[in-house]
Write a protein that binds this ligand. Structure first.
Ligand SMILES: Nc1ncnc2c1ncn2[C@@H]1O[C@H](COP(=O)(O)OP(=O)(O)OP(=O)(O)O)[C@@H](O)[C@H]1O
Ligand SMILES: [Mg+2]
Length: 355
Protein backbone atom coordinates (compact mmCIF):
# COMPACT_ATOMS: atom_id res chain seq x y z
CA UNK A 1 0.00 0.00 0.00
CA UNK A 2 2.79 2.43 0.96
CA UNK A 3 4.69 1.39 -2.09
CA UNK A 4 1.67 2.14 -4.27
CA UNK A 5 1.41 5.65 -2.77
CA UNK A 6 5.07 6.26 -3.65
CA UNK A 7 4.52 5.00 -7.17
CA UNK A 8 1.49 7.20 -7.78
CA UNK A 9 2.88 10.35 -6.15
CA UNK A 10 2.90 13.35 -8.56
CA UNK A 11 6.50 13.85 -7.45
CA UNK A 12 9.48 11.95 -8.84
CA UNK A 13 10.43 9.22 -6.37
CA UNK A 14 13.57 7.13 -6.66
CA UNK A 15 14.94 4.86 -3.97
CA UNK A 16 18.38 3.29 -3.95
CA UNK A 17 19.83 0.56 -1.82
CA UNK A 18 23.12 0.64 0.04
CA UNK A 19 25.02 -0.17 -3.16
CA UNK A 20 23.35 2.71 -5.02
CA UNK A 21 21.21 0.42 -7.12
CA UNK A 22 17.81 1.80 -8.05
CA UNK A 23 14.96 -0.03 -6.29
CA UNK A 24 11.98 2.24 -6.96
CA UNK A 25 11.46 4.53 -10.00
CA UNK A 26 7.92 5.86 -10.00
CA UNK A 27 5.70 7.01 -12.84
CA UNK A 28 6.43 10.72 -12.29
CA UNK A 29 10.14 9.91 -12.51
CA UNK A 30 9.56 8.14 -15.84
CA UNK A 31 7.69 11.18 -17.17
CA UNK A 32 10.27 13.72 -15.98
CA UNK A 33 13.35 11.88 -17.17
CA UNK A 34 11.97 9.88 -20.08
CA UNK A 35 13.67 6.81 -18.58
CA UNK A 36 11.18 3.92 -18.16
CA UNK A 37 11.20 2.09 -14.85
CA UNK A 38 12.31 -1.17 -16.49
CA UNK A 39 15.53 0.57 -17.64
CA UNK A 40 16.17 2.14 -14.25
CA UNK A 41 15.31 -0.48 -11.64
CA UNK A 42 18.22 -2.74 -10.81
CA UNK A 43 20.67 -0.35 -12.47
CA UNK A 44 23.44 1.41 -10.59
CA UNK A 45 22.49 5.07 -10.14
CA UNK A 46 25.48 6.53 -11.98
CA UNK A 47 24.83 4.29 -14.99
CA UNK A 48 21.46 5.87 -15.76
CA UNK A 49 21.35 7.76 -19.06
CA UNK A 50 22.72 11.33 -19.17
CA UNK A 51 22.13 13.76 -17.60
CA UNK A 52 20.25 11.85 -14.88
CA UNK A 53 22.94 9.35 -13.86
CA UNK A 54 25.52 11.98 -13.13
CA UNK A 55 23.01 14.32 -11.54
CA UNK A 56 21.38 11.79 -9.20
CA UNK A 57 24.60 9.99 -8.25
CA UNK A 58 26.16 13.37 -7.43
CA UNK A 59 23.19 14.35 -5.30
CA UNK A 60 23.14 10.96 -3.52
CA UNK A 61 26.71 11.50 -2.30
CA UNK A 62 26.39 15.23 -1.63
CA UNK A 63 26.14 16.47 1.95
CA UNK A 64 23.18 18.76 1.16
CA UNK A 65 19.80 17.18 1.67
CA UNK A 66 18.07 19.67 -0.61
CA UNK A 67 19.02 21.36 -3.85
CA UNK A 68 16.73 24.14 -4.97
CA UNK A 69 16.20 25.44 -8.43
CA UNK A 70 18.71 23.28 -10.22
CA UNK A 71 18.90 23.94 -13.94
CA UNK A 72 19.31 20.84 -16.11
CA UNK A 73 19.69 20.81 -19.87
CA UNK A 74 17.86 17.86 -21.34
CA UNK A 75 17.42 17.34 -25.08
CA UNK A 76 18.57 20.90 -25.72
CA UNK A 77 16.00 22.45 -23.36
CA UNK A 78 16.44 23.97 -19.93
CA UNK A 79 14.46 22.41 -17.11
CA UNK A 80 14.40 23.33 -13.42
CA UNK A 81 14.20 20.96 -10.48
CA UNK A 82 14.15 20.82 -6.71
CA UNK A 83 15.82 17.73 -5.27
CA UNK A 84 15.33 16.33 -1.77
CA UNK A 85 16.71 13.22 -0.16
CA UNK A 86 16.46 11.27 3.04
CA UNK A 87 18.28 8.23 4.36
CA UNK A 88 16.28 5.08 4.98
CA UNK A 89 17.84 3.49 8.04
CA UNK A 90 18.50 -0.23 7.60
CA UNK A 91 20.62 -2.49 9.79
CA UNK A 92 24.05 -3.25 8.33
CA UNK A 93 25.39 -6.81 8.29
CA UNK A 94 27.82 -7.24 11.22
CA UNK A 95 30.79 -7.98 9.01
CA UNK A 96 30.19 -5.02 6.72
CA UNK A 97 33.25 -2.78 6.14
CA UNK A 98 32.74 0.68 7.66
CA UNK A 99 33.69 2.66 4.52
CA UNK A 100 30.79 1.05 2.73
CA UNK A 101 28.42 1.95 5.52
CA UNK A 102 26.10 3.85 3.24
CA UNK A 103 22.40 3.70 3.84
CA UNK A 104 19.56 3.31 1.44
CA UNK A 105 18.09 6.59 0.32
CA UNK A 106 14.93 8.02 -1.08
CA UNK A 107 15.33 10.85 -3.56
CA UNK A 108 12.44 13.13 -4.47
CA UNK A 109 12.50 15.20 -7.61
CA UNK A 110 10.16 18.12 -8.25
CA UNK A 111 9.81 19.60 -11.74
CA UNK A 112 9.63 23.40 -11.59
CA UNK A 113 9.86 23.96 -15.33
CA UNK A 114 6.22 24.93 -15.88
CA UNK A 115 6.32 27.37 -12.99
CA UNK A 116 9.60 28.80 -14.22
CA UNK A 117 8.28 29.28 -17.76
CA UNK A 118 5.13 30.91 -16.43
CA UNK A 119 7.18 33.33 -14.30
CA UNK A 120 9.42 34.20 -17.24
CA UNK A 121 6.40 34.81 -19.47
CA UNK A 122 4.81 37.02 -16.83
CA UNK A 123 7.99 39.04 -16.37
CA UNK A 124 8.28 39.37 -20.14
CA UNK A 125 4.74 40.63 -20.63
CA UNK A 126 5.16 43.03 -17.68
CA UNK A 127 8.27 44.40 -19.37
CA UNK A 128 6.47 44.72 -22.69
CA UNK A 129 3.60 46.49 -20.97
CA UNK A 130 5.91 49.00 -19.33
CA UNK A 131 7.78 49.60 -22.60
CA UNK A 132 4.37 50.27 -24.16
CA UNK A 133 3.46 52.69 -21.40
CA UNK A 134 6.86 54.36 -21.73
CA UNK A 135 6.49 54.76 -25.49
CA UNK A 136 2.97 56.11 -25.12
CA UNK A 137 4.22 58.54 -22.48
CA UNK A 138 7.08 59.81 -24.61
CA UNK A 139 4.82 60.14 -27.63
CA UNK A 140 2.29 62.11 -25.62
CA UNK A 141 4.79 64.37 -23.85
CA UNK A 142 6.72 65.23 -26.99
CA UNK A 143 3.70 65.13 -29.31
CA UNK A 144 2.00 68.10 -27.62
CA UNK A 145 4.80 70.65 -28.01
CA UNK A 146 5.54 69.38 -31.53
CA UNK A 147 1.92 69.97 -32.55
CA UNK A 148 2.16 73.43 -31.00
CA UNK A 149 5.35 74.25 -32.87
CA UNK A 150 3.93 72.99 -36.16
CA UNK A 151 0.79 75.14 -35.97
CA UNK A 152 2.72 78.23 -34.83
CA UNK A 153 5.12 77.82 -37.76
CA UNK A 154 2.22 77.34 -40.15
CA UNK A 155 0.63 80.63 -39.04
CA UNK A 156 3.98 82.45 -39.31
CA UNK A 157 4.02 81.83 -43.06
CA UNK A 158 1.25 84.39 -43.59
CA UNK A 159 1.96 86.70 -40.67
CA UNK A 160 3.09 90.28 -41.33
CA UNK A 161 2.58 91.70 -37.85
CA UNK A 162 6.15 91.85 -36.44
CA UNK A 163 4.93 91.79 -32.85
CA UNK A 164 2.96 88.56 -33.45
CA UNK A 165 5.91 87.04 -35.30
CA UNK A 166 8.18 87.73 -32.32
CA UNK A 167 5.65 86.24 -29.88
CA UNK A 168 5.26 83.12 -31.99
CA UNK A 169 9.02 82.67 -32.19
CA UNK A 170 9.28 82.99 -28.40
CA UNK A 171 6.54 80.42 -27.98
CA UNK A 172 8.27 78.05 -30.43
CA UNK A 173 11.52 78.39 -28.49
CA UNK A 174 9.66 77.68 -25.23
CA UNK A 175 8.08 74.54 -26.66
CA UNK A 176 11.47 73.43 -28.02
CA UNK A 177 12.90 73.90 -24.54
CA UNK A 178 10.16 71.68 -23.16
CA UNK A 179 11.14 68.90 -25.56
CA UNK A 180 14.83 69.35 -24.75
CA UNK A 181 14.08 68.99 -21.04
CA UNK A 182 12.11 65.79 -21.59
CA UNK A 183 14.82 64.33 -23.81
CA UNK A 184 17.53 65.27 -21.30
CA UNK A 185 15.61 63.71 -18.45
CA UNK A 186 15.19 60.53 -20.48
CA UNK A 187 18.86 60.50 -21.37
CA UNK A 188 19.86 60.88 -17.70
CA UNK A 189 17.44 58.14 -16.98
CA UNK A 190 19.05 55.65 -19.29
CA UNK A 191 22.66 56.73 -18.88
CA UNK A 192 24.81 53.75 -18.07
CA UNK A 193 26.97 53.53 -14.96
CA UNK A 194 24.51 55.65 -13.03
CA UNK A 195 25.90 57.98 -10.45
CA UNK A 196 27.26 61.35 -11.61
CA UNK A 197 30.70 62.58 -10.63
CA UNK A 198 29.63 64.47 -7.55
CA UNK A 199 30.37 61.88 -4.83
CA UNK A 200 31.10 63.50 -1.50
CA UNK A 201 30.57 63.33 2.20
CA UNK A 202 27.73 65.63 3.28
CA UNK A 203 25.10 66.25 5.90
CA UNK A 204 21.65 64.88 5.06
CA UNK A 205 20.07 67.67 7.09
CA UNK A 206 21.78 70.34 4.94
CA UNK A 207 20.60 68.75 1.69
CA UNK A 208 17.10 68.41 3.14
CA UNK A 209 17.13 72.13 4.02
CA UNK A 210 18.10 73.02 0.46
CA UNK A 211 15.41 70.76 -0.98
CA UNK A 212 12.76 72.33 1.27
CA UNK A 213 13.88 75.82 0.21
CA UNK A 214 13.54 74.84 -3.47
CA UNK A 215 10.12 73.25 -3.01
CA UNK A 216 8.92 76.37 -1.14
CA UNK A 217 9.26 78.20 -4.45
CA UNK A 218 6.35 76.23 -5.90
CA UNK A 219 2.70 77.12 -5.39
CA UNK A 220 1.83 74.01 -3.35
CA UNK A 221 5.14 74.13 -1.50
CA UNK A 222 4.32 77.55 -0.10
CA UNK A 223 1.03 76.34 1.38
CA UNK A 224 2.49 73.42 3.30
CA UNK A 225 4.55 73.35 6.47
CA UNK A 226 7.74 71.39 5.74
CA UNK A 227 9.63 70.26 8.84
CA UNK A 228 13.24 69.15 8.65
CA UNK A 229 13.59 66.66 11.52
CA UNK A 230 16.76 64.98 10.23
CA UNK A 231 19.49 64.32 12.81
CA UNK A 232 21.96 67.16 12.55
CA UNK A 233 25.14 65.07 12.81
CA UNK A 234 24.20 62.49 10.16
CA UNK A 235 26.50 62.35 7.16
CA UNK A 236 26.49 60.17 4.08
CA UNK A 237 28.90 59.54 1.22
CA UNK A 238 26.90 59.76 -2.00
CA UNK A 239 26.09 61.73 -5.13
CA UNK A 240 25.03 64.97 -3.45
CA UNK A 241 23.15 66.31 -6.44
CA UNK A 242 21.39 63.00 -6.95
CA UNK A 243 20.19 62.82 -3.33
CA UNK A 244 19.07 66.44 -3.53
CA UNK A 245 17.06 65.61 -6.66
CA UNK A 246 15.40 62.63 -4.92
CA UNK A 247 14.34 64.80 -1.99
CA UNK A 248 13.02 67.57 -4.23
CA UNK A 249 10.98 65.08 -6.27
CA UNK A 250 9.51 63.40 -3.21
CA UNK A 251 8.84 66.63 -1.34
CA UNK A 252 7.16 68.10 -4.41
CA UNK A 253 4.83 65.10 -4.57
CA UNK A 254 4.12 65.36 -0.84
CA UNK A 255 3.26 69.06 -1.14
CA UNK A 256 1.15 68.47 -4.27
CA UNK A 257 -0.90 65.89 -2.38
CA UNK A 258 -1.26 67.90 0.86
CA UNK A 259 -4.10 70.22 1.81
CA UNK A 260 -3.00 73.79 2.61
CA UNK A 261 -1.68 74.20 6.14
CA UNK A 262 -0.86 70.51 6.68
CA UNK A 263 2.57 69.21 7.66
CA UNK A 264 5.22 67.35 5.70
CA UNK A 265 7.96 65.84 7.85
CA UNK A 266 11.43 64.75 6.83
CA UNK A 267 13.27 62.33 9.08
CA UNK A 268 16.69 60.76 8.72
CA UNK A 269 18.46 58.38 11.02
CA UNK A 270 21.15 55.78 10.97
CA UNK A 271 20.27 52.10 11.21
CA UNK A 272 23.27 49.77 11.19
CA UNK A 273 25.33 51.03 8.26
CA UNK A 274 22.32 52.42 6.42
CA UNK A 275 20.81 55.87 6.39
CA UNK A 276 17.03 55.78 6.44
CA UNK A 277 15.26 58.86 5.15
CA UNK A 278 11.49 59.20 5.49
CA UNK A 279 9.17 61.79 4.02
CA UNK A 280 5.75 61.73 5.63
CA UNK A 281 2.75 63.73 4.48
CA UNK A 282 -0.86 64.05 5.61
CA UNK A 283 -2.13 64.32 2.05
CA UNK A 284 -4.64 62.46 -0.06
CA UNK A 285 -2.73 59.17 -0.20
CA UNK A 286 -2.43 56.77 -3.13
CA UNK A 287 -5.07 54.37 -4.49
CA UNK A 288 -4.08 50.77 -3.87
CA UNK A 289 -4.29 49.87 -7.56
CA UNK A 290 -1.87 52.71 -8.42
CA UNK A 291 0.81 51.65 -5.93
CA UNK A 292 2.44 49.16 -8.29
CA UNK A 293 2.80 51.74 -11.08
CA UNK A 294 4.00 54.86 -9.32
CA UNK A 295 7.70 54.18 -9.98
CA UNK A 296 7.10 53.73 -13.69
CA UNK A 297 8.17 56.51 -16.02
CA UNK A 298 5.23 58.68 -17.10
CA UNK A 299 2.78 57.25 -14.60
CA UNK A 300 0.88 60.25 -13.27
CA UNK A 301 -2.54 61.02 -11.87
CA UNK A 302 -1.99 64.74 -12.32
CA UNK A 303 -3.51 66.92 -15.02
CA UNK A 304 -1.51 67.38 -18.23
CA UNK A 305 1.04 70.09 -17.58
CA UNK A 306 0.97 69.50 -13.79
CA UNK A 307 2.95 66.30 -13.79
CA UNK A 308 5.05 64.32 -16.23
CA UNK A 309 5.23 61.18 -14.11
CA UNK A 310 9.01 61.13 -14.04
CA UNK A 311 9.66 62.28 -10.46
CA UNK A 312 9.49 58.90 -8.72
CA UNK A 313 11.00 56.99 -11.67
CA UNK A 314 14.07 59.22 -11.43
CA UNK A 315 14.19 58.86 -7.64
CA UNK A 316 14.02 55.08 -8.07
CA UNK A 317 16.88 55.12 -10.58
CA UNK A 318 19.15 57.26 -8.39
CA UNK A 319 18.43 55.15 -5.30
CA UNK A 320 19.24 51.91 -7.15
CA UNK A 321 22.42 53.45 -8.54
CA UNK A 322 23.41 53.91 -4.90
CA UNK A 323 22.53 50.30 -4.13
CA UNK A 324 19.75 51.53 -1.90
CA UNK A 325 16.04 50.86 -1.69
CA UNK A 326 12.93 53.03 -1.95
CA UNK A 327 9.45 52.06 -0.88
CA UNK A 328 6.10 53.71 -0.30
CA UNK A 329 3.59 53.22 2.42
CA UNK A 330 0.29 54.86 1.64
CA UNK A 331 -3.41 54.63 2.14
CA UNK A 332 -6.05 56.61 0.30
CA UNK A 333 -7.10 59.51 2.50
CA UNK A 334 -4.50 58.79 5.17
CA UNK A 335 -1.29 60.29 3.86
CA UNK A 336 1.86 58.82 2.42
CA UNK A 337 5.27 57.87 3.70
CA UNK A 338 8.21 57.44 1.33
CA UNK A 339 11.12 55.47 2.78
CA UNK A 340 14.61 55.58 1.30
CA UNK A 341 17.46 53.45 2.55
CA UNK A 342 21.00 54.18 1.40
CA UNK A 343 24.31 52.64 2.40
CA UNK A 344 25.98 55.23 4.62
CA UNK A 345 29.51 54.76 3.35
CA UNK A 346 29.05 52.04 0.74
CA UNK A 347 30.05 54.44 -1.98
CA UNK A 348 33.47 54.99 -0.39
CA UNK A 349 34.49 51.62 -1.69
CA UNK A 350 33.12 52.29 -5.19
CA UNK A 351 34.84 55.68 -5.51
CA UNK A 352 38.09 54.36 -4.04
CA UNK A 353 38.08 51.63 -6.67
CA UNK A 354 37.44 53.94 -9.60
CA UNK A 355 39.76 56.78 -8.55
N1 LIG B 1 3.07 61.82 -1.54
C1 LIG B 1 2.16 61.43 -2.44
N2 LIG B 1 0.84 61.46 -2.15
C2 LIG B 1 -0.10 61.06 -3.05
N3 LIG B 1 0.19 60.61 -4.29
C3 LIG B 1 1.49 60.55 -4.65
C4 LIG B 1 2.54 60.96 -3.75
N4 LIG B 1 3.72 60.76 -4.38
C5 LIG B 1 3.42 60.28 -5.61
N5 LIG B 1 2.09 60.15 -5.78
C6 LIG B 1 1.40 59.62 -6.96
O1 LIG B 1 2.37 59.03 -7.81
C7 LIG B 1 2.30 59.59 -9.12
C8 LIG B 1 3.66 59.59 -9.74
O2 LIG B 1 4.53 60.50 -9.08
P1 LIG B 1 5.74 61.11 -9.87
O3 LIG B 1 6.48 62.03 -8.98
O4 LIG B 1 6.54 59.99 -10.48
O5 LIG B 1 5.05 61.89 -11.06
P2 LIG B 1 4.23 63.24 -11.00
O6 LIG B 1 4.41 63.90 -9.66
O7 LIG B 1 2.84 62.92 -11.41
O8 LIG B 1 4.94 64.10 -12.15
P3 LIG B 1 6.40 64.79 -12.06
O9 LIG B 1 7.04 64.37 -10.79
O10 LIG B 1 7.13 64.29 -13.26
O11 LIG B 1 6.12 66.23 -12.10
C9 LIG B 1 1.69 60.96 -8.91
O12 LIG B 1 1.04 61.41 -10.07
C10 LIG B 1 0.71 60.70 -7.76
O13 LIG B 1 -0.48 60.12 -8.24
MG1 LIG C 1 6.34 64.18 -8.91
Amino acid sequence: YHRQILLDLPLGVCTIDRLRTVTIWNLAMEVMTGVPARDAIGVSLHRLPAPWGHLLAGFASASDEHIHHLEVTHQGKSRWFNLHKAAIPAPLPVDHPVEEARTSQVILMEDLTDLETLEAELAHSERLASIGRLAAGVAHEIGNPVTGIASLAQNLRHEDDQELVRESIEEILKQTQRITTIVKTLMNFSRGGGIGGDIQDFSIRDVADEAIRLVKLTRHGRQVQCENLCQSDLNITADRQGISQILVNILTNACDASPPGSRVELHAREIDDQVRIEVQDQGEGIEEQDLSYIFEPFFTTKAPGDGTGLGLAIAYKIVSDHQGAISIDSEKGRGTRVIIELPKTGLNAITAETS
